[in-house]
Design a binder for this molecule. Structure first.
Ligand code: FES
Length: 187
């Protein structure tokens, strides 16, 4: 190997090494971001004490979690909202809390709970839902509800804090694709 060949070989190896070092953070960001997002969305989030919910009156509660936006990762950001409905006023054994996604399955608007929380209404195309999340016909015209599925119910559990004796509502927050008549996880 003459001097010129040696120089070419050394500079080629250097370029490969630089490319690898520069490329690694991007690859690890891509993989890490995907893993963070999927694990973040499948965990239970602690939302509110059961005693702070009024029986029979839906309450919208934000879900806090990790948000990855381009290159910036921030903790404790609002990643979504859920409607919580406490169904019983009795002791912890009889308490039931239902969690519904606030995202309308039609095109993704936020459903509201006017008229004292007796039903939910989507302001975008005026679709109505019962407090159990089931689609209702238009109360004035009787027209059939055009939304392809009921509001999405989320997994919900009550967890007792042994130190304080408080019962907490925890929800496994997930987003589902809109416009489908069945649930598919994904924004
Ligand atoms: S987005 Fe809710 S009815 Fe269309």
């Amino acid at each position: 190997m003459n001097r010129r060949e040696l120089l070419e070989w050394v500079s080629g190896g250097f370029a490969t090494a630089v490319g690898t070092v520069v490329g690694l953070p991007g690859i690890s960001y891509f993989l890490g971001g995907t893993q963070r997002e999927s694990s973040g969305e499948s965990r239970f989030s602690r939302l509110i004490k059961v005693k702070d919910l009024v029986p029979g009156r839906p309450m919208m509660v934000p879900v806090m979690g990790q948000k990855v936006d381009a290159w910036i990762q921030s903790d404790q950001q609002a990643i979504g909202r859920v409607w919580l409905i406490r169904e019983s006023q009795s002791g912890s054994a009889g308490q039931t809390v239902r969690a519904l996604s606030s995202i309308c399955p039609h095109m993704g608007c936020q459903v509201q709970a006017p008229s004292g929380g007796k039903s939910f209404v989507c302001p975008c195309h005026r679709a109505s839902f019962g407090v159990d999340g089931q689609r209702l016909s238009d109360p004035k015209t009787g027209e059939r509800n055009h939304v392809p599925r009921d509001l999405d119910e989320l997994e919900c559990r009550l967890v007792r804090d042994d130190e304080t004796g408080d019962n907490w509502v925890e929800v496994r927050y997930e987003k589902f694709k809109t416009g489908l008549d069945h649930r598919v996880v994904g924004a």
